[in-house]
Design a binder for this molecule. Structure first.
Ligand code: GDP
Ligand code: MG
Length: 187
């Protein structure tokens, strides 16, 4: 019997950007428009197929509210990759991503990350180039998603799993030029 590697991945971003909805869409294939805010941390696992074999993602969905800030660093420990999530209908949520990144890097200085622009099913208030530019500036992959329609969700978690496992990201049209896959990556 082979042992399936368990990879801890972190989901961060302001409250209401859709973190819990994205995890739920990926793990359960469902979406509900009314959601109870995450208290502290939500936790789910899911098997993912990578070219090298199966891995089990342990997905830590952390509450974005300020009052949980004191708990978060403890939860970051052991994270292999991280998703920085913003909402394309709320420009402030992208402005706040550098703070999330700093908080993460304070605990896990070399964690590779993916930047996610969520809620693309709604009328956007942010140019996709803004999200892409931020992702490029930190050497991260940029993916746009909707937890409501499911668009981009597989690509998001596949990227997160590959980063966690250290597998290079296959580049396709429209993807930024580099994905940081090792501590020696750019920045
Ligand atoms: P979290 O605080 O980041 O975990 O955000 P939630 O997952 O709780 O979502 C906050 C609200 O946004 C809920 O009402 C969700 O139904 C809604 N929501 C999340 N993702 C999407 C999306 O992709 N499209 C739309 N239209 N609504 C979304
Ligand atoms: Mg939540």
């Amino acid at each position: 019997m082979t042992t399936i590697p368990v990879l801890k991945v972190l989901i961060v971003g302001n409250g209401t950007v859709g973190k819990t909805s994205l995890v739920r869409r990926f793990c359960e294939g469902s979406f509900t428009s009314s959601r109870v805010a995450t208290i502290g941390v939500d936790f789910q696992t899911k098997l993912v197929n990578l070219p090298s074999g199966q891995v089990k993602l342990s997905i830590w969905d952390l509450a974005g509210q300020e009052r949980f800030a004191v708990m978060r660093p403890g939860f970051y420990k052991g994270g292999r990759s991280a998703a920085l999530i913003f909402d394309v209908t709320e420009p402030q949520t992208l402005e706040d991503l550098p703070r999330w990144r700093e908080e993460l890097l304070g605990v896990i200085p070399t964690v590779p990350s993916v930047v996610i622009g969520n809620k693309v099913d709604l009328e956007r208030k942010l140019d996709p180039e803004k999200g892409r530019a931020y992702a490029e500036s930190i050497g991260a992959v940029y993916v746009e998603t909707s937890a409501a329609t499911g668009v981009g969700v597989e690509q998001f978690f596949d990227t997160l799993a590959r980063l966690a496992y250290g597998v290079p990201i296959a580049r396709g049209p429209g993807l930024p030029p580099t994905a940081r896959t090792s501590p020696a990556g750019p920045d």
